[in-house]
Design a protein around this ligand. Structure first.
Ligand SMILES: Cc1ncc(COP(=O)(O)O)c(C=O)c1O
Length: 456
């Protein structure tokens, strides 16, 4: 649909309000964002969404927040930079030879079948493996018919968006929350109800309020070693959450790609134990085998599974059958638990090394999470210190991280949090990088203090 000639675009602010604007203002906003000029509050830049008028593009794609962070981090790939910005599993731990052997076996044994189309639900032996593993590792009884193989757990989220979300339906999301879920539910034009993530899970008072809002369909959680914070929900919090949601027309999504990567502490119960009729579980082989296979899954009750299968069929017919067969071959000939132990050993040591370096090099006013697993640690700077400003200074000193900004859906305040990844950086490099970052933070705080004294 065309707009009146007077305006060239809408700017959609984080609050959801759309304001018509003209090309001159748009050009100015673009210039601000590309130079990251000091005069502009970066958090405000983060929150605008420009919708081109007379555009061929659908609103659902034009309205999704653009990641200015990605632009900043493009420089972080330079070999001189120590990057804690990534979110990837460590490639040195990929079981390359074992997967090559498995691929050869698939080619040697009925290759024509492995290269043919297959069914939407996924390869039955793979679903049986997942079902057995749920029983062994978590004590959960999940039948293969309630497991749908997806193209990564990211596609599982997409299918849930397709199946449940009408425009303006509400999704409860952790604050801060997983960027991929924020992007995904934005595509389906959901409204977000963010609830603050505390040390042991989401704030219950905020959840009670959010869950009462009309048309609230989903609550999205990453209860084990959350991305971005590394936080794990306690069993008590899980029970309280289940109590709040029980009986409401609302589905809880438990996204659990990191659950197997526990280095310390006790395994916590799945929401399946507390709220079985309303829980949908997501899993993935991306962090335990390899991400390139794009193999994940959804666990859902029969009635929901029926709809998800239709959504999946319309999306891509089925997940890559060859890699599903290859995975089954690999899982048959190798012990996945042994492989996961190797990953946990490396990540666990790197996590401890990062915590140890932070203790020695960061100023006392800085706080941080103590993850018991996963790949990330979350840092909170003193109030008013902008993580977006800090990342510029850090990159000048050859160290990178992800500022907290893109993980929030609703804030105009200065964001003082940041995410550090420890899966891809060895212990010696962690020490060097955290020492530099500590110095950058100290200089930044000192500078800010002296500027505010001068102003007075
Ligand atoms: C919380 C969370 N969910 C889902 C995904 C997507 O994983 P997959 O590779 O299975 O699509 C990620 C990826 O990093 C993630 O952190």
């Amino acid at each position: 649909m065309r707009m009146s000639k007077k305006y060239d675009a809408f700017v959609t602010w984080a609050s959801g309000i759309k304001i018509p604007t003209n090309k001159k203002i748009l050009d100015q906003m673009a210039a601000w964002s590309s130079t990251l000029n000091n005069k502009v509050n970066r958090n405000t830049i983060m929150s605008w969404r420009v919708m081109e008028t007379n555009s061929m593009f659908a609103d659902r794609i034009s309205d999704v927040p653009k990641s200015y962070i990605r632009e900043i981090l493009k420089v972080a790939v330079s070999p001189n930079i120590i990057s804690f910005a990534g979110g990837l599993p460590n490639r040195d731990l990929f079981p390359v030879q074992e997967l090559q052997d498995a691929a050869n076996a698939v080619f040697n044994d009925n290759p024509k079948d492995a290269l043919q189309y297959s069914n939407t639900e996924g390869y039955l032996p793979l679903r049986e493996f997942i079902s057995r593993r749920y029983k062994e590792v978590k004590g959960l009884n999940i039948e293969p018919k309630n497991i749908l193989i997806t193209t990564g757990s990211q596609q599982a989220l997409d299918l849930l968006g397709k199946t449940f979300i009408n425009e303006k339906d509400k999704v409860i999301i952790e604050k801060p929350g997983y960027l991929g879920a924020i992007q995904l539910f934005s595509i389906y034009k959901a409204r977000f109800s963010p609830v603050t993530l505390e040390e042991d899970g989401v704030n219950i008072a905020e959840l009670k309020k959010a869950s009462k809002k009309r048309n609230t369909k989903l609550m999205y959680t990453v209860p084990n070693f959350q991305n971005p914070t590394g936080i794990t929900y306690s069993n008590e919090k899980r029970e309280e959450i289940a109590e709040v949601l029980r009986g409401k027309p609302l589905i809880l999504i438990e996204d659990d790609p990191y659950g197997d990567l526990r280095y310390r502490g006790e395994q916590q119960s799945s929401f399946m134990n507390f709220l079985p009729e309303q829980t949908i579980l997501l899993g993935s082989f991306s962090k335990t085998v390899v991400p390139s296979f794009r193999t994940g899954w959804i666990v859902a009750p029969d009635e929901i599974m029926e709809k998800l299968i239709v959504a999946k069929q319309a999306s891509d017919l089925h997940t890559n059958y060859f890699t599903q067969k290859l995975l089954v071959q690999y899982l048959d000939k190798n012990d996945l638990n042994d492989h996961i132990s190797k990953i946990k050993d490396v990540y666990g040591h790197q996590c401890l090394a990062m915590i140890d370096s932070i203790k020695r090099h960061f100023p006392e006013e800085v706080s941080y999470t103590l993850p018991e697993g996963g790949m990330f640690l979350w840092v909170t700077l003193p109030h008013g210190i902008s993580a977006m400003d800090l990342v510029q200074k850090a990159i000048e000193k050859d160290v990178a991280f992800v500022p907290g900004n893109p993980f929030y859906v609703d804030t105009e305040e200065t964001i003082s949090t940041l995410r550090l990844n420890f899966s891809c950086v060895d212990e010696a490099t962690i020490e060097t990088g955290i020492a530099s970052l500590g110095q950058v933070i100290k200089d930044f705080i000192a500078n800010k203090k002296s500027n505010s004294i001068k102003k007075k």
